[in-house]
Design a protein around this ligand. Structure first.
Ligand SMILES: Nc1ncnc2c1ncn2[C@@H]1O[C@H](COP(=O)(O)OP(=O)(O)OP(=O)(O)O)[C@@H](O)[C@H]1O
Ligand SMILES: Nc1nc2c(c(=O)[nH]1)N=C(CO)CN2
Length: 174
């Protein structure tokens, strides 16, 4: 089994329901076990800023799937929930990114791990550190805490809903 971290984001419609459904679907095929859930954070949009606030969270999973297949499962969840790709960094009902897969670095045409922008995104690092304190970034060889310290503006990430561990949402096989 391999350990991986996945970030989720939504800024259209019933944002919390989309996060919840995405986690349910991901865990429903039996190959991905959701081990930990961060709290949900409400976050100001980064990049393209003329859009609504996001809900963001990070989950820790254990899986027998290799990274490419894990990515495909994530893209399938986006498809199942009806995501339409409008434009890069634009509004979306659901977005799933594979942040880390063990301590591997992967660079293929379709998949970059660690996620290439995770180190500059407080909306990723804050929930990730909540469930995985002490984790190191495989490429920089630096603790994620240090990378978060280097991000100047973190006020745009606010705790929205505290999640208490494993039984917060129904997941893994349901
Ligand atoms: N680690 C990764 N996790 C998710 N998608 C990835 C990853 N590495 C590469 N990709 C590719 O990125 C594509 C998804 O891009 P998408 O439109 O969701 O980007 P975005 O969410 O708008 O921007 P960003 O990548 O900055 O979060 C996927 O089709 C996938 O092939
Ligand atoms: N706050 C926030 N901003 C974003 C997000 C996101 O999930 N949260 N996702 C983006 C593209 O992946 C671009 N900007």
């Amino acid at each position: 089994m391999y350990n991986a971290y996945i970030s989720l984001g939504s800024n259209i419609g019933d944002r919390e329901a989309y996060l919840e459904k995405a986690i349910q679907i991901l865990g429903s095929h039996g190959k991905i076990e959701v081990k930990r859930l961060s709290s949900i954070y409400e976050t100001e949009p980064v990049g393209y800023t003329d859009q609504g606030e996001f809900l963001n969270m990070v989950i820790a999973v254990q899986t027998s799937l290799r990274p490419e297949t894990l990515l495909h499962q994530c893209l399938q969840v986006e498809f199942d929930l009806g995501r339409e790709r409008e434009f890069k960094w634009g509004p979306r009902i659901i977005d799933l990114d594979v942040l880390l897969y063990e301590q591997e670095t992967i660079e293929t045409a379709d998949l970059l791990i660690p996620h290439p922008r995770m180190q500059e995104r407080a909306f990723v690092l804050i929930p990730l550190l909540e469930i995985a304190p002490g984790l190191e970034h495989p490429s920089f060889g630096a603790p994620l805490e240090n990378l978060l310290d280097e991000i100047p503006d973190k006020e745009g990430v606010r705790l929205w809903k505290q999640i208490n561990g494993e039984d917060a949402f129904v997941h893994s096989g349901n």
